[in-house]
Write a protein that binds this ligand. Structure first.
Ligand code: GLV
Length: 324
């Protein structure tokens, strides 16, 4: 499918069309280079230096401020600079044009590595060895064979599936949970709500990969933690708001949840006075389990721009009003 590789469409002869970039975390220089390698004629603008707002046809943005889209009357495409579209959900300034998310192999590989690391750290007792080293103690724990470690992955979208598959390929006993059936070699997939409690109660490690939607906000609550076997470990690499943090805190304090690896929080940055910081059984990373990799993601963004220019649907289109 190379017929759409017509960079000259971007200018459309009459008026130059520009792309506006917004992110507090991603490097515009890297994105400019990666996108211009694909679309040399693209007028790449970094917010707030947008030039003529009427020329802005495309937005590539991560969590733009409220009202961001209002000046761009001729916008044709919005690309969410990330996987989770929850920051666009419910905005009242969203233009009525196709909205897409990023899903690139670099992002998938980073997420798989984060989940693998977090699960292996618990499965191979590395958290105990870290604590033992702080005490200068030679603390032998006989390793558990990986196929005896039961890992549950909640949410089998693009990132959750890759994580579950990576865990299965590494030799864990992996069980996935999703609303709809999925085929993943080596992963037992459960979708039946009647089996939810049994699913939760038969795990050593629970990994949350659920996207944040109106339906998943707060879904991992006290009832979920109560249904786990005492001491089950928990990993959250999706969104903080999917978890009831007070319930998690209580479960960590009581030992019902043995330990947690948390990349995401209801409030980010996690406030310095938050009790999680001081807990021996909590491992905190600052929301970077997965990021977009411009070299690979720019190909998809460019292809979406070409498709829009040719009157076609972009890649990875979502419906943020529905939450995904
Ligand atoms: C990161 O959290 C993303 O959604 O890409």
């Amino acid at each position: 499918m190379s017929s759409l590789a017509q960079t000259s469409d971007i200018g459309l002869g009459q008026q130059t069309k520009s792309l506006v970039f917004y992110s507090e975390f991603d490097d515009p220089t890297e994105w400019r280079e990666a996108l211009l390698a694909e679309l040399p004629d693209l007028d790449f603008r970094v917010y707030p230096d947008v030039g003529d707002p009427d020329s802005v046809a495309y937005a590539l943005a991560w969590r733009p401020p409220s009202g961001f889209f209002e000046p761009f009357r001729n916008i044709e495409l919005v690309v969410n600079l990330g996987a989770g579209v929850d920051s666009l959900t419910g905005r009242d300034d969203l233009p009525d044009v196709p909205i897409c998310r990023l899903s690139d192999p670099g992002m998938v590989a980073l997420m798989r590595s984060y989940v693998l690391f977090s699960v292996i750290r618990y499965a191979r007792d590395m958290d105990d060895f870290e604590a033992a080293q702080r005490r200068r103690e030679w603390h032998y724990i006989h390793p558990t064979p990986l196929d005896k470690v039961r890992v549950g992955v909640l949410g089998l979208g693009a990132l959750g599936s890759a994580a579950a598959q990576g865990l299965a390929d590494t030799g864990f006993d992996v069980r996935g949970w999703d609303m709809s059936p999925k085929e993943l070699p080596g992963v037992t997939v459960e979708t039946d709500p009647a089996k939810w409690g049994a699913f939760l109660g038969d795990l050593d490690i629970l990994v949350n990969m659920m996207p944040l939607t109106a339906g998943t906000r707060g879904m991992i609550d006290a009832s979920v933690f109560d249904a786990l076997s005492p001491g089950t470990k928990f990993v959250n690499a999706s969104r903080g708001e999917v978890v009831d943090e007070d319930a998690l805190l209580a479960a960590l304090q009581s030992g019902q949840v043995g330990a947690a690896t948390l990349d995401v929080f209801c409030t980010e940055p996690l406030p310095s006075e938050h009790p999680f910081w001081a807990m021996e059984n909590v491992y905190i990373t600052p929301h970077l389990a997965s990021i977009t990799v411009p070299e690979s993601a720019a190909r998809d963004v460019a292809e979406s721009i070409r498709r829009i220019s040719a009157g076609q649907s972009p890649l990875h289109q979502v419906n943020p009003k529905a939450g995904f």
